[in-house]
Design a binder for this molecule. Structure first.
Ligand SMILES: C[S@@+](CC[C@H](N)C(=O)[O-])C[C@H]1O[C@@H](n2cnc3c(N)ncnc32)[C@H](O)[C@@H]1O
Length: 314
């Protein structure tokens, strides 16, 4: 019997044209396609002549076990998921089930993960360019993650001024998590921070609401919604949500000329080396580490490490 194979396929946000060639080829090659029933519907036209195993929302581990069982029978299996299967998807549980069952890479059954466009990229593309600077994603689902973990991450991400993509923001039963998230984010972000609420991106019922953080929780939000919360520089103009890349820190917006003290192709004057120099100057002026730390909104230990570097160099 020939060895089976498991493809872990992320087919993107939903529309056929956003599915990768590799995802399409993997589904075409598979004898067996396993997925949540809604996902199976989205790739229906690729399923002729295949064994199709539809599973419900709560049967995730069953999907992994079925995939492994079929692969052990020598079948080619495509386990499918929307977006990227490695982002809040089935890739993790499948590897966990396989490893717990004694499987090892190179053992006979090959596993290939096929990346897809995840919801945050799909939603961002529909509203402008909100993710052009540092961002993070946080799932508001407390089905498998304790709320204090989620709350701590929301607080840290908001404090660190990340653009934040909220996955799984709300469901029929989980209605208060988005309200709590809004309250936590408002501790560190202005009420008029731009927010995009994107539902069913690249699917038939796609809808987009552009709003502000203070109104975020009042929007229509459901299971298929991703919420993008801007950072302190994100702006909304002509219906677009844009997070500046940072060119204004170095170049004049009108003339395009490099600003005084900056150099094209080099770190900013307040990049790592420049920042350390300015910390040393402040220390030499007699400022305390605590005051410098407060000025830069950094832990005191960061200032102390510059001080220690200096004393090592002497
Ligand atoms: C279990 S996660 C799966 C994420 C998926 N693996 C991905 O990479 O996009 C489900 C969440 O993804 C987001 N999502 C998935 N598809 C979406 C779409 N087409 N439009 C907006 N959000 C979507 C929603 O936040 C939803 O609650």
């Amino acid at each position: 019997m020939s060895n089976g194979k498991i493809y872990l396929v992320g087919f993107g946000p939903g529309a056929q044209e956003h599915m990768s060639f590799r995802a399409r080829a993997a589904i075409a090659e598979a004898d067996v396609v396993i997925g949540y029933s809604t996902y199976i519907k989205l790739v229906q036209d690729l399923l002729d002549g295949k064994e199709v195993i539809r599973k419900g929302m709560t049967e995730e581990l069953d999907r992994c076990t079925e995939a492994y069982d079929r692969a052990r029978q020598g079948r080619i299996v495509a386990l499918i998921s929307s977006g990227d299967i490695g982002v809040y998807g089935m890739a993790g549980p499948t590897y966990e089930v396989l490893l717990q069952s004694g499987w090892h890479p190179g053992d006979g059954i090959e596993v290939e993960a096929v990346p897809g466009t995840t919801a945050l990229s799909a939603c961002a593309a529909l509203v402008g360019a909100p993710l052009t600077h540092d961002f993070c994603s946080i799932s508001l689902s407390d089905l498998l993650t304790p709320w204090p973990v989620i709350a701590r991450r929301l607080d840290a991400a908001a404090r660190a001024d990340f653009v934040i993509a909220l996955y799984n923001p709300k469901s029929g039963r989980r209605t208060q998590q988005i309200v709590e998230a809004q309250r936590i984010l408002l501790r560190h972000r202005a009420p008029d921070t731009p927010v995009a609420v994107v539902k069913s991106a690249y699917r038939k019922k796609q809808s987009i609401q552009m709003t502000r953080l203070a109104q975020m929780a009042d929007c229509e939000i459901g299971m298929l919604t991703t919420v993008l919360v801007g950072n302190s520089n994100t702006f909304m103009q002509d219906g677009l949500m844009i997070t500046p890349r940072g060119y204004a820190n170095k170049y004049d917006g009108v003339t395009g000329e490099t600003l005084a003290g900056e150099q094209a192709g080099r770190s900013l004057s307040h990049g790592l080396d420049g920042w350390k120099m300015s910390v040393r100057e402040r220390l030499l002026r007699g400022e305390s580490s605590e005051a410098i730390a407060r000025h830069f909104d950094l832990p005191v230990i960061e200032i102390e490490s510059v001080r220690n570097e200096e004393s090592k160099d002497v």
